[in-house]
Design a protein around this ligand. Structure first.
Ligand code: NAD
Length: 494
């Protein structure tokens, strides 16, 4: 590779960095896209261009399938213990470079360094967890109910997998897919978000150096995500799509995958309710709200989108939350003093503002913030809006920013009805001192994940995923591994 096809992170004074290849990773090599085009990568904290990366074409996408397909049989036949050892080496290599990777994430995503550091550790943990799972892909054996024959089930690698990831967790969304795919014995093609490709490219290089064989992980960035992914999904050698991103793009991809009947795992958008009952521990609820709302500056699919606070505790909750959110320092992600970083792009800031304006026009009140921050970067300050009326778009759309939209409720039935009144069903939060009520409400919430007296659900050991239009399938835990396998049933009499 020539000199101008790698990127060296500037401004980082610690250790662990290396020049990041900015090409396409296909088989054993980093290469340019067939048409030689490049994509700009911006720093959202300043609006400046950091570098450019190779822009893959449809032919490059198929070349990645060739490489993944050529490596598939050998990787599937690699002993689970050996796959586990390589995955553990990936975990260690990421942890060793955690500070540098965190800085890189802050640079291209804009998030505050503490958020980026937590993401790196969370991302690395998927390699450790799936190193442990790789040697526990157990089958099943049962006597058929009629007697005589046995039902034997083996979980075999599903095959070449296309992994598509969003920009909001550029490391964790990639490793949450790569690690279980590799543990199960699958080879893959990663298509990262064009806004944050450098983290994925850096991880690609780390994996190669940690012993992942050529062709097992291929990475293709492209400005033509639709045609490139469509071509990959129509290649009969590809058997799996694992997508994390918005519900509309997920819907399009499900249609693309339908032609070849490809197995799909879809982690889509959210619209999380955060319910606080009168009897909740107020300080604990505020701590939880700060995590559920402000982690990643609100740019999380699990972010609390709608706060439903019972009438008796509402005013105290609003006052304390506004004080805590108002004290956060807004600034460039890479500035160590920053607690709330930049949004990903100007469009994100405009969308947040339009949701706030719509709520205010319909009768809501601004308690904190409510106007974009100063440029040249893409800033929106922590904001609190109360008295959200029925019909406000902020109740039905993902805010994806640091705005807490709050309204009251009077009783448990009303809280459950309002929380479930959405096509989404990813994460929900409940705060109450009454465990019996907390569990009853949790059972009735139509969500894939409920955090009861907690502000965070994510854990590599737990099944992450949504119901309704928030997705299909689960990532993390043993469930995440099974998504990359097919059950093979052998009917046998002996
Ligand atoms: P997005 O849907 O715009 O993009 C996601 C990925 O899909 C990107 O890599 C993008 O380039 C690619 N893409 C876009 N159009 C495509 C097409 N036609 N064919 C193939 N690929 C295509 O989402 P985003 O803006 O990057 O991320 C934010 C969204 O992701 C939010 O809705 C958020 O809730 C969701 N998200 C969900 C989870 C989860 O686990 N459920 C986690 C993180 C983010």
């Amino acid at each position: 590779m020539t000199e101008n096809t790698s990127y060296s992170v500037s401004g980082f004074s610690g250790e662990g960095g290396f020049p990041i290849p900015t090409g396409l990773l296909i088989g054993a090599e980093w290469r340019e896209g067939r048409e030689g085009n490049r994509i700009d990568v911006l720093n959202p904290s300043t609006g400046e261009t950091l570098t450019t990366i190779a822009d893959g074409t449809v032919e490059d996408g198929i070349a990645a399938v060739d490489a993944a397909s050529a490596a598939a049989a050998e990787w599937a036949a690699t002993p689970p213990r050996k796959r586990a050892t390589i995955l553990l080496a990936c975990y260690e290599a990421m942890v060793e470079r955690a500070d540098w990777l965190a800085y890189l994430i802050s640079l291209e995503n804009g998030k505050a360094l503490p958020d980026a550091r937590s993401e790196v550790m969370y991302a690395a943990e998927f390699f450790r967890w799936y190193a442990e799972e790789a040697v526990r892909i157990n089958g099943e054996l049962a006597m058929a109910p009629a007697g005589g024959n046995r039902i034997m089930v083996q979980y075999q690698p599903i095959g070449v997998s296309l992994l598509i990831t969003p920009w909001n967790f550029p490391a964790a969304m990639a490793t949450r897919k790569i690690a279980p795919a590799l543990a199960a014995g699958c080879t893959c093609i990663l298509k990262p978000a064009t806004e944050t490709p450098l983290t994925a490219l850096a991880i690609g290089e780390i994996l190669r150096n940690a012993g992942v064989p050529d062709g097992v992980v291929n990475i293709i960035n492209t400005r033509k995500a639709g045609p490139v992914c469509s071509a990959i999904l129509h290649d009969p050698r590809v058997r799996k799509l694992s997508f994390t991103g918005s519900t509309p793009v997920g819907r399009t991809l499900l249609k693309e995958a339908a032609d070849s009947i490809i197995s799909c795992s879809m982690e889509l958008g959210g619209n999380a309710p955060f319910i606080v009952f009168d009897d909740a521990d107020l300080d604990a609820a505020i701590e939880g709200a700060m995590v559920a709302k402000m982690r990643n500056g609100g740019e999380a699919c699990t972010a609390a989108n709608r706060f439903y606070v019972q009438e008796g505790i509402h005013d105290a909750f609003v006052e304390k939350l506004a004080a805590r959110m108002g004290a956060l320092k807004l600034g460039a992600g890479t500035d160590p003093a920053t607690q709330c970083g930049a949004m990903i792009n100007p469009k994100a800031v405009e969308k947040i503002q339009s949701l706030v304006d719509d709520a205010v026009a319909k009768g809501a009140s601004i308690v904190l913030g409510g106007k974009p921050g100063e440029g040249p970067g893409f800033y929106y300050p922590p904001s609190v809006v109360t008295g959200i009326p029925d019909g406000a778009e902020i109740l039905s759309d993902e805010i994806f920013g640091p705005v807490a939209a709050i309204r009251t409720f009077s009783d448990q039935e009303q809280a459950i009805a309002m929380a479930n009144d959405t096509e989404y069903g990813l994460a929900a939060y409940v705060y109450t001192a009454d465990l019996r009520r907390g569990l009853q409400v949790s059972e009735r919430l139509e969500y894939g994940m409920v955090a009861l007296n907690r502000g965070l659900v994510s854990d590599p050991a737990a099944p992450f995923g949504g119901v309704k239009q928030s997705g299909l399938g689960r990532e993390g835990s043993h469930h995440g591994l099974i998504e990359f396998t097919e059950a093979k049933y052998i009917a046998v009499t002996w």
